[in-house]
Design a protein around this ligand. Sequence first.
Ligand SMILES: [Zn+2]
Length: 88
Amino acid sequence: MHGSRQCVRPGCGALAEATLTYHYASRTAWLDDLEGDPDPSVYELCTQHADRTTVPVGWNREDRRVSDAPLPHPLPTAQELLDIPLAV
Ligand SMILES: [Zn+2]
């Protein structure tokens, strides 16, 4: 745990890991890593809610977060798929 800032979604309470910023004039919403001091004009969200964030039709959603999560596993090759034993 690093800090006590929580996701703003009602009933969530998870640790905030991202920020959501809207700019109405350019119809853009940005997701950024949580950093710096709390800003009242910025929504702070947990990773799950940040990932689920959608924007209105006609808006741009820009995810600028730099994930430090491990890279997703590459898709298995056909040979690897064949090597997977069938679970019985
Ligand atoms: Zn949340």
